[in-house]
Design a protein around this ligand. Sequence first.
Ligand code: HEM
Length: 233
Amino acid sequence: MINILAYIAVVIFVGGFICKVWIWSRIPAPLKIVSTPGPITFPGVILRMASEVFLFRSLFRGNKLLWLGGWIFHISFLFIVLRHLRYFFYPVPAWIMGLQTIGIYAGYIILLPLVYLLIRRRTVDRNSYISNPMDYITLILIIVIAFTGILMKQYIRVDLVDVKAFILGFLTLHPTIGPGSVLFLIHFLSVLLLIIYFPFSKLMHAGGIFFSPTRNQRDTAREIRHITPWSNI
Ligand code: HEM
């Protein structure tokens, strides 16, 4: 049962993600609205996008505390996911083994920015105003995932051989019954809910950032006269 739900979740996630990106890639961006000073060359655009994706450069300029919270959250999430790759590979590559300890720390650290982001939405008036229930539920869901993960790691152990058999069985299309642990069930189901919701949510900023015309354009407004294809002037 849980395997069927997991397959459905993966199809919705991958299909939904690709669909959204495909739709966005077809939307025309006829105007030069690059935020200045902008890059003039293509490598410059790549550099600008990289600084947004890895360092959240614009956010840094706009709000230092939010930048800190957001950046710590994302980097922790990355290390947690990298640590989890050990369930998906057999044998486990050395570089994944090398990231295990930092992945555990990340599991604890991620709770701080999550709680901060939650409190911020409630306490800053203009943030409350633009927050919908799903924004809170998403944050709470990630808190539940991280919290149940830490409980499994430190206090109520789950049989990791069963976990690995379950994940590898899932990946090789030979599903097995998951480990008999309620915590694991909550952890795993919460992850499934998160990925099902992902393509329909603000979490899609992960793909959407690449389509931001103020960031992905070259600042060639003075060199080239830009005429929209449907302009009849
Ligand atoms: C297919 C998805 C996932 C599976 C099968 C899974 C499974 C597990 C298991 C079995 C543990 C206990 C590790 C141990 O006892 O050593 C754990 C821990 C943990 N999980 Fe997950 N998890 C998944 C996704 C996620 C995601 C998306 C997050 C993101 C927040 C997450 C966050 C954590 C954290 C913070 C811990 C505690 C630290 C650690 O052991 O890494 N998990 N997970």
